[in-house]
Design a protein around this ligand. Structure first.
Ligand code: DOR
Ligand code: ZN
Length: 450
């Protein structure tokens, strides 16, 4: 299903400039963009007054863990996509470390079918690599809704792991599309975990899973990409050393991403917020954070993602080192980045570049990521003026908490629109008149990649 609507009088963040004006979506596609007053409402259209709001393309979050199947107490495709919509995210790419893991065609098809019934935003899924599933990886190549292959080169949440060279080579040699790697070196990781086992202070996490662990794996994955002429995307870059190394070594085959939390937190926050901000690879040090910003701005890093990885507060309360790694973030990433923009760290156009255009380019998602005539009508309207203190109570994720609790955000999404149909409206005063996808029982679509 698609919608017809007219947004009037918004500050539109277009690819090369920000202009005040109107934007029409017809049959789910952006039909026209004009200066304010240029487009007259038609009787069948939903008209949204964009006065005082900024209109952005819908955010594409290419790194989430929505926990379906297996852990519905943490998240599922419905709750995760609702959280996404609440955060201005109109498309997500979901990771395969589920229960069972999504490592063959049947499990991937089941996820695509489930999303087709219950996800309110557009979606894509990674298939997980194992030591011996090359045929399974090949069986989903080029399928709608399949965005790439995820390789955990180091152990993290779940049991997916491919660390031996011969297995990695087999995967790089015999598959197409994009390989996305969690780059931490398993051998170094295991020896350091043994070395650090007596430490129960949370600072030990970043010391144990150190920069060398990440750098070694990033270099190894990059060499494989070059040897086998394979597209590689290195997920969640965390260290200044990796980002600096990639400047001269990235080439045409390699892209990379950074998480909002690695741009925002450092060890001081780990001390303050504890296991809520425990994740793999870890939150590192102030210098890493500053280098990640620098390499994002100079284009070495292609996009900003969340690695939305919800765990219950009950599980987190076990304390370090037993608490699970990962934090939710899909609904706060856009407000957080816009808050950074309003604070002078970057521009609003940068945020659109990193969170909309960037992921579309990395994964070859056509017709999304920009406000352009003919592109899909996936939009978000944000309020950059109102400031709001974020609390656990505001959250849409099923785990009901946010690592950013207590922080003040601006840039809250007021409307989120998928294919021209509103799926989220923050105003709860009854002013919302359109039928939402949720009310209609409609969903987003599996994305096409490549
Ligand atoms: O911190 C993390 N949590 N890192 C990962 O690699 C996986 C994720 C999860 O699924 O919880
Ligand atoms: Zn992840």
């Amino acid at each position: 299903m698609t919608g017809d609507l007219l947004v009037q009088n918004a500050m539109m963040v277009l690819p090369n400039r920000i202009v005040e004006g109107d934007l029409r979506v017809s049959k789910g596609l952006i039909k026209s963009i004009a200066p304010h007053g240029g487009l007259v409402p038609e009787s069948h259209e939903l008209v949204i007054d964009g006065t005082g709001l900024h209109l952005l393309p819908g955010v594409i979050d290419p790194h989430v863990h929505f926990r379906e199947p297996g852990q519905p107490e943490k998240e599922d495709l419905e709750s995760g996509s609702r959280a996404a919509a609440a955060g201005g995210v109109t498309a997500f790419l979901d990771m395969p470390n589920n229960i069972p893991n999504a490592t063959n065609r049947a499990t991937i098809e089941a996820k695509i079918n489930a999303a087709g019934k219950r996800a309110i935003t557009h979606h894509g899924f990674f298939i997980g690599a194992t030591k011996n599933n090359v045929k399974d990886l090949q069986s989903v190549e080029g399928m709608d809704g399949v965005c790439g292959i995820k390789v955990f080169m180091g152990s993290s949440t779940g049991d997916l792991l491919v660390d031996e060279q011969k297995h990695l080579e087999e995967i790089f040699a015999n598959t197409g599309g994009i390989i996305a790697t969690h780059a931490e070196d398993e051998t170094r990781l295991q020896s350091r975990i043994a070395e650090f086992q007596h430490r129960t202070d949370i600072a030990a996490h970043a010391e144990c899973r150190d920069v060398e662990c990440a750098l070694l794996a990033t270099k190894r994955a990059s060499a494989l990409a070059k040897d086998y002429d394979h597209r590689l995307h290195i997920v969640h870059l965390t260290s200044g050393a990796e980002a600096d190394w990639l400047v001269a070594n990235k080439g045409e085959l390699i892209t990379t991403e950074v998480c909002t939390q690695h741009l925002t937190f450092d060890q001081n926050d780990v001390e303050e917020r504890g296991t809520r901000v425990l994740m793999n690879p870890p939150i590192r040090y102030t210098e890493d954070k500053e280098t990640l910003w620098k390499r994002l701005k100079d284009g070495t890093i292609d996009c900003v993602v969340t690695d939305h990885a919800p765990h219950t507060l009950e599980a987190k309360s076990i304390g370090f080192p037993k608490a699970p790694a990962g934090m939710p973030g899909v609904e706060t990433s856009l407000p957080l980045m816009l808050t950074h923009a309003m604070g002078g760290k970057c521009s609003i156009s940068d945020v659109v570049h990193w969170m909309c255009e960037g992921p579309a380019k990395v994964y070859g998602i056509k017709n999304k990521g920009s406000l352009k005539e003919g592109f899909d009508g996936d939009l978000t309207l944000v309020d950059l003026e109102t400031r709001k203190r974020i609390t656990d109570n505001d959250t849409w994720t099923r785990v009901g908490w946010t690592p950013y609790a207590g922080m003040e955000f601006t840039g809250l999404p007021i409307w989120t629109i998928v294919d021209g149909i509103p799926v989220h409206n923050r105003t709860k005063d009854g002013s919302f008149k359109g039928k939402s996808l949720v009310e209609c029982g409609q969903t987003g679509r599996p994305l096409r990649f490549g």
